[in-house]
Design a protein around this ligand. Structure first.
Ligand code: ADE
Ligand code: ZN
Length: 326
């Protein structure tokens, strides 16, 4: 229909998508077969039926389990390229993807397997689809900062091919303040910095991400709205929020899409963007997130153009690329 076509044609960037979260049940079974791994599910329907979550941790438990079928560079290449095809069909021009190396190294994969496979999938997307892509390494915050420091060290040979670092996994009880050393080290190596904050955690975690980790974007940020001073600061500083509406719905951060705060964020002047987070688990890719939220909260064309512009301006373009204008 007209709304879907309008949104598909808008040039947009996706800035918050965990590539392990784009593993569709069909591919999970294909990779399990290819790698001779037994799955604890009889078929794809049973996998999908297990995707019912009441909070972030319910999802994370099943997401880390699913990632176990990823074993070879080819697996990571195929995973990334399948996502990029979906994103390109949705009208994305730029995709900055997250990956969680510790999920893979902790089960015995060498660090290079995931990153080399992903970089190869990104190269294929650039030539085959004309997409601009980038890679962000996320540290798991439920693990100690020393493990994050070891991960940054393991990434040393690939730093020139990384856009930046992020912070994800279980938020409550794992504040940004625990990761100051590794974020400082990443900044000194010329990497951009982002962190999940205010998804389930309190507004204070959003302030910590800015003040202590010096982040360049906030992933989610929803709970910042509970603090008027913090909200005013985010507006004043033009901080980009990578909001994920279908994720918020599936993880019960909002009771329905109709009451999602995206429109309020735009009305307040926050630099919000729309993203899919973990599309295979939350029931929608980039365009699904845009269209369903636009319908549910009643976004006008000008809101949609602002969201697209925010995503292009919030992307970490290299100097050679330069940001396209909308
Ligand atoms: N890892 C993958 N998706 C995540 C999310 N929405 N929050 C925290 N960690 C994640
Ligand atoms: Zn996320």
């Amino acid at each position: 229909d007209a709304l879907t076509d309008f949104i598909r044609r808008l040039p947009k960037a996706e800035l918050h998508m965990h590539v392990e979260g784009s593993l569709e049940p069909e591919m999970m079974f294909d990779l399990a077969r290819r790698n001779r791994i037994a799955l604890p599910f009889p078929n794809v329907e049973a996998v999908r039926a297990a995707y019912s979550f009441s909070r972030l941790q319910d999802f994370l438990d099943i997401y880390y389990q699913g990632a176990a079928v990823l074993r070879t560079e080819e697996d990571f290449h195929d995973l990334a390229l399948a996502y990029f095809r979906r994103a390109a069909a949705d009208g994305a021009v730029r995709c900055e993807i997250f990956f969680d190396p510790q999920t893979h190294t902790d089960r015995g994969l060498p660090f290079g397997v995931a990153i080399e496979g992903l970089l190869s999938g990104m190269a294929a997307a650039e030539t085959e689809l004309g997409l601009s892509t980038g890679l962000i390494l996320c540290f798991l915050r439920h693990l100690p900062e020393d493990a994050a420091l070891d991960t940054l060290k393991a990434a040393e040979p690939w730093l020139d091919r990384l856009l930046g670092v992020g912070l994800d996994s279980s938020e409550a009880g794992f504040p940004p303040s625990g990761f100051q050393k590794v974020f400082k080290a990443a900044g000194e190596r010329g990497l951009k910095r982002v962190a999940h904050a205010g998804e389930e955690g309190p507004p204070a975690y959003v302030a910590e991400a800015l003040d202590l980790l010096k982040v360049d974007r906030i992933d989610h940020g929803n709970r910042a709205l509970e603090d008027d001073d913090l909200t005013a600061r985010l507006v004043r500083e033009g901080q980009v929020l990578t909001v994920c509406p279908l994720s918020n719905l599936k993880l019960c951060g909002v009771p329905s899409l109709e009451v999602h705060p995206l429109k309020r964020m735009l009305q307040l002047g926050l630099k919000a963007t729309v993203n899919s987070d973990d599309p295979a688990y939350f029931g929608g890719y980039l365009l699904d997130n845009w269209v369903q939220t636009a319908r549910a909260v009643g976004l006008e064309r000008e809101h949609l153009v602002t969201l697209a512009r925010n995503s292009l301006e919030g992307a970490f373009w290299t100097e050679a690329e330069g940001a396209p204008h909308l």
